[in-house]
Design a protein around this ligand. Sequence first.
Ligand code: NAD
Ligand code: MN
Length: 357
Amino acid sequence: MRRHKIAAIPADGIGPEVIAAGLQALEELSRRDGGFELSVTMFDWSSERYKRTGSLMPDNGLEQLLEFDAIFFGAVGAPDVPDHLTLWGLRLPICQGFDQYANVRPTKILPGVSSPLAGVGPGDLDWVIVRENSEGEYSGHGGRAHKGLPEEVGTEVAIFTRVGVTRIMRYAFSLAQARPRKLLTVVTKSNAQRHGMVMWDEIAAEVAKEFPDVAWDKMLVDAMTVRMVKNPKSLDTIVATNLHADILSDLAGALAGSLGVAPTGNIDPERRYPSMFEPIHGSAFDITGKGIANPVATFWTAAQMLEHLGEKSAADRLMRAVEKVCGDGILTPDVGGIASTQEVTDAICEAIRGSNI
Ligand code: NAD
Ligand code: MN
């Protein structure tokens, strides 16, 4: 029996609701498959903990996580705690501390879910966005001088290193190579940002030589938003900086129907540390506690996690269950349905148990 140790951090808002749904589906899969077992440890690291103790996670938090094979994360953010404190207090320290430099965000239109784009259905939009997850605009460098005075200056420094850009470029090219269309679009803003972004373009051209069978092109990030909306079929794998890909992947989630279906894996491709899997969305204060959070993003990221753990057949089964349940119209309100989180979850579990899935 293969055994995987999972650290679950549901955190804030709808995080606990969708993580509970994800864990229910994972248990069902391990029962169905019989070949693996998950041992799940729950962590209460959250904004609530911050309000109680002054920190979202303990000082030795990363050390505590080291022994796990993967981290299953909900969402962090509370209405009464500034967002930069919650983000830098929990999610970013894990991503950066464990050098999870590849943030992988698959997007496609699921059966039964409609895109806001007219005439675009399942099969017309099937992308993977690779977000550089360790440097760039979120490196934390910058500062404020003359705080509060009329002459105040604030800087936000984007740091790009040759090592950092080369490794994400290799990751993106090899991911593109493994997909049927072998197509990669490299996104920058190298017309206006003429240092680090020009380096991105140059490194892309260098790494491309290692992948002669991958067709690739370059886009400026502003023009990319237009292409995503006007010509979604022309795209397959996409690589962009931390900030650019953050924005593009929210757009991608919306074009695929809802943020509630968009998953993400924060991956250390070298497997030195645990990788972290989470829905893209945040704590969604507006629907917290109503029982209507869409659990599909969390199921999809659970499938990413299973694949990372080597459980490919369980991952595929989970995605087939998601496609069946969505196709049957068992959907939460954000994607036009009337089902609750629990109803969708129960339907997923039933599909997993079914012999035809
Ligand atoms: P959000 O993703 O929480 O919500 C945006 C909109 O999408 C809301 O209308 C929400 O109801 C809807 N939505 C999101 N997930 C959904 C789901 N699973 N099912 C149905 N509808 C869903 O983004 P926001 O409102 O900008 O941020 C709220 C809080 O979450 C903030 O504190 C923010 O900092 C935090 N946040 C955290 C993460 C993270 O933990 N990775 C990501 C984004 C935002
Ligand atoms: Mn984001």
